[in-house]
Design a protein around this ligand. Structure first.
Ligand SMILES: *Cc1c(COP(=O)(O)O)cnc(C)c1O
Length: 385
């Protein structure tokens, strides 16, 4: 089966991890800070806080921004559940903003309309989480303009988008948001096995996330409530977690980061070949906003509405049976039973639901061979013939 995404692990990656294994420090040591600095530098951000998953990074970002009971977090319904769950972890309520029918990202128009209503009802969100779906940045300038007007914080969920650019700058530079979050799960652009990072330009937010990833403990006398008892002394000044990244993971991440630009170039070349080859088929290929350069985490095609409603399922099954591991990204979060139990219903976000009913993700990963891609394209053409 050709998977929809997969990691590449080189001999250099293995060597980097083995070096850490042979060293004294395999959890907290010098490599995690080096990885944080390298990712922050790559994005043009001030600080990076490495953690054990993208989900943990989202959770800490919400906590650092003060999200709690009585507050609202809004995100897109077309995302992985973690973009919404992070709000629930904090005891906040979650709501969604429908997507743009061309980019499939959170629609700034829908956001503006929903904010106007929320202002009247006195339930404006404290945090909005735009998700850069498939690696293409959201319209961050428009979302930022709304945040300036309505006063909400922005966490960019860039789990798909490290290496992508918006208006000529790297995703993660922080021009439009408080915090940007990356995931390093193996299907994503670069991997640390499990792992994630939050980047920010705000020293206080970085310090808060740093403390929260390690139990809420500080060794900085400035932060303590009284004089330290001695050099051994630490204080837990708030309730945190063990969300730390290991040295092994950071070594893998640092090694992978050296190939990030190559990966993006390879993904883009594959996407362009798909675009050209699929142009004669009854599918809509991914539309790209001219101000974005996608990291191409996912290549999502949409069946033209003329196709009957069974097309997607049939094509999915036919492709799988010929060894092409297609997938569907994503099932709208508000239709998950956990969210239905919170009061959402199946017709709340019609554009997201229409999108979900008609899309398929084609395999895309940097080590994909030309003949593999040809095979996928031929298989899809035959399914649709
Ligand atoms: C993968 C992903 C996450 C969660 O990342 P993990 O590292 O798996 O915890 C969050 N949001 C989106 C959009 C993702 O794709």
């Amino acid at each position: 089966m050709i998977p929809y995404g997969r990691q590449e692990i080189t001999e250099d990656d293995i060597e980097a991890v083995v070096q850490v294994l042979r060293s004294d420090l395999i959890t907290q040591g010098p490599v995690v800070p080096r990885f944080e600095q390298a990712v922050a530098d790559y994005c043009g951000a001030g600080y990076g806080v490495a953690v054990n998953s993208g989900t943990s990074a989202l959770h800490l970002a919400c906590l650092a921004l003060g999200l709690g009971p009585g507050d609202w977090l809004w995100t897109s319904p077309i995302t992985f559940v973690a973009s919404a769950n992070c709000g629930l972890y904090c005891g906040a309520s979650v709501d969604f903003v429908d997507i743009d029918p061309h980019t499939y990202n959170m629609s700034p128009e829908a956001l503006a309309e929903k904010l106007a209503v929320a202002e009247q009802e006195g339930r404006l969100p404290k945090v909005v989480v735009p998700v850069h779906l498939c690696g293409q940045s959201c319209d961050m300038a428009a979302i930022r303009a709304l945040s300036d007007r309505y006063g909400f914080h922005i966490i960019e969920d860039a789990s798909h988008a490290i290496g992508g650019r918006y208006k000529g700058e790297p995703v993660g530079c922080g021009r439009y948001s408080d915090i940007t979050v990356f995931s390093f799960h193996p299907v994503k652009i670069i991997t640390t096995a499990e792992g994630g990072m939050a980047v920010t330009n705000d020293a206080e937010l970085a310090e808060r996330m740093d403390r929260l990833r390690s139990h809420g403990i500080t060794r900085d006398p400035e932060q303590m409530t009284r004089e330290p008892d001695g050099p051994w002394y630490y204080q837990q000044i708030e309730l945190g977690f063990n969300y730390r990244m290991t040295e092994l993971q950071a070594a893998l991440g640092l090694s992978q980061l050296q190939r990030l630009d190559d990966y993006i170039a390879q993904r883009q070349a594959l996407a362009e070949r798909y675009d050209a080859a699929l142009s004669s088929l009854p599918v809509v290929t991914p539309w790209q906003h001219p101000e974005t350069e996608s990291a191409w985490h996912l290549y999502v095609v949409r069946f033209s509405v003329q196709q009957d409603s069974h097309t997607r399922r049939k094509v999915f099954e036919d492709l799988r049976s010929t060894g092409v591991g297609t997938n569907v990204h994503y099932i709208p979060v508000h239709t998950q039973p956990h969210y239905q139990n919170l009061g959402f219903s199946h017709s709340d976000f019609p554009i997201a639901e229409e999108f979900y009913s008609n899309v398929l993700t084609l395999p895309l990963f940097p080590t994909m061979k030309e003949d593999q891609q040809e095979y996928i394209i031929t298989a899809l053409s035959e399914c649709l013939a």
